[in-house]
Design a protein around this ligand. Sequence first.
Ligand code: AMP
Ligand code: ZN
Length: 452
Amino acid sequence: MSLTLYDTATRALAKVSSTKDLTTIYCCGPTVYRDAHVGNLRTFLLSDLVRRTLELSGIKVKLIQNITDVGHMSEDLESEDKMLAQAKSEKTDPFAVARKYEARFHADLHNLNIRPADAYPRASESIDLMQTMIQELIEKGFAYVGDDKTVYFSAESFPGYGAISGNRLDALKPGHRYEYTEDGAKRFHADWALWKNAGERREMIWNSPWGAGFPGWHIECSAMSLDLLGGHINLHIGGIDLRFPHHENERAQSNAITGNESVDLWLHGEHLLFEGRKMSKSSGNVVLLTDVINRGFDPLAIRLCFLENRYRSQMDLTWAAIEAADATIKRWRKKIAIWGINEIDSSTEFLKIIENDLDTPRALQFLRNVEKDESHANRSGVFLFADQILGLDLARREEVKPLNQLQEALLAKREIARNEKRWEESDDLRQQLEATGLEIKDSSSGQTWDWL
Ligand code: AMP
Ligand code: ZN
């Protein structure tokens, strides 16, 4: 069996490749100038789902996710480094800002049961690596030093530009903001900065052969992915907004260095909306995982909400959906405890559904059918197998509030009434139990109860 995913570059489903028995994955990480919102987390979950699926089918995975702590320019006209702008507003050092939000990012991943990547390289600690790559690009004729002492990648020097996004150079018109920072000394409007001259900037700058400055955002991912994944990336993951220019530029840089197609498959996760609108500060609808926890929900309810939608469709999240997912997880945990934890049932059917382009909505439907199937011999085994990918902690025992004396007595009385086929009395007792907050269900094996 093997995993197929939708490749943005070829616009078709493709098998995830591996080199020997190892699949190398690079997932663009957070820019640590603020908390990640649940939209960002949807994209980070995508790499976790891919990784868990591959590992369950016996493939080894090496996953790298970078931490952008320098060089990501904000999109407003000021075009300021996001880290420096936030440090100014928090009246602190930009590195302190970076470490604070990086720690919170890891806490979010932990709360969402996202397994840690094999490494989280920081841009600010990979400056030498980037400078070496920039030097090589200059030597190979793909980059040049502008009059402003900024080093630019020459888009025209790379023949296959535009393959991921479809934005071919001849269609890219001057004036469009491809790169937020500078028009400066670029020779061509679609060129972008690899190394920016410090100018007036005093913080987060480093020496370089081209003068003091700091790296561009795109070169970071090329340098880290090629260095840490042995010069070839089987699968590259990010949110759909990164398709252009970030991934287009990254592809040009990496391929210029390696001389071949450095990434086999470009995977993009669609965006998350909240209550119908794109999640953003300006819409005022940013939701953090800590908001979900503070409202008393299990953070894994968010994970289930994401799984209810396929990664490449836009999805709309609401508080009602989170509440419903929270209830579903609790129900499944209780049922699994009642069914009894048996051997894990290696359900090839479940894996087959997931391996078909991560069809998590169908996989959940499959589980709901198993849930309803009273004749199934090992329902908990199937759920626990699935949970190795779903990551919903379904084996966890839910705290069940104990029954009070009245409820115990009514249940005992009702059982006797049922055994003696006194149905009217049994119905009456059911109503009394429901009035105390219990839900009563009858089946051939007897009555069961649950808190309403
Ligand atoms: P950033 O920290 O802004 O660099 O974004 C981190 C990741 O989150 C990137 O892969 C983005 O493409 C992704 N992302 C940003 N906004 C959303 C959203 N609303 N839904 C899903 N992914 C998003
Ligand atoms: Zn990236």
